[in-house]
Design a binder for this molecule. Sequence first.
Ligand code: SAM
Length: 279
Amino acid sequence: MRAADAVAELTRDFAAAGFDSARLDARILVGHVLGIEPSLLFARGDTAIPMADLETLRGFARRHLAHEPVSRILGMREFYGLPFKVTPDTLDPRPDTETVVDAVLTLRGRTPSPRILDLGTGSGCIPLAILRHWPEASAVGVDINPGAVAVAAANAHALGFGAQARFQVGDWTNGLEGPFEIVVSNPPYITEAEYAGLAPEVRLYDPELALTAGPDGLAAYRALLAQVTGILAPGGQVFLEIGAGQSEAVARLAREAGLRLLARHADLGGIERCLHFAA
Ligand SMILES: C[S@@+](CC[C@H](N)C(=O)[O-])C[C@H]1O[C@@H](n2cnc3c(N)ncnc32)[C@H](O)[C@@H]1O
């Protein structure tokens, strides 16, 4: 079978199963088995798929049709143009979270060489994407899950970061030495009720620890906001990812913690996704 035919066949199957990104998923899987960049498959559509690779591809397609995300099948997700290893210990980084990276990078040029703290770092995608575009900065990523910290450290190594990026196990800021000029976090923010109704792609494959935050989805914001001013440098800035509809509640919690709201950033879908505060 040719690459172009495999892409067409898988696109048809995934679309029939109701998957929104059917063509992209098909191109990523076919590109992976052939070792060809998905964006180059158009030009190389005539490439023949060897029988063994076709078997692998059909196995991948069966798993995806059973709702396993492509990133979980390949153990890899692209975020901010960089490849990140993902495992069952890490959240699958979401495109919405790129809004947080964009927001932090608006400070480039205004803060010379900031120390950045990422709370709940998962795969390390947020601080590593920031550092790639802000080489004068340094970052510490903290996660309560040692498995996630190991993945973040492996991603830092694979992307060529040395001492500039450090990862450690911790419960929010407990035991951390500040001060940090920038604190960023995409904490768990899903309510217990919402969790039960999540799509199987999320509920079965993302770690629950990365998703849920008590009955109102605000427990992690309460916990980390109660601590964050203790490790912020004077005039330090805080960037929080928020879920749809959480803007007012999180802004109120931050105000109570002594932070001033500077800006709200919407994601590509127009949903307020990141709040920017100053001490
Ligand atoms: C929504 S995920 C975000 C992961 C990553 N930053 C991203 O954007 O893809 C939240 C992360 O917070 C971590 N976490 C949950 N409770 C924590 C706590 N008390 N202290 C530190 N990290 C925590 C989870 O293990 C998970 O990796």
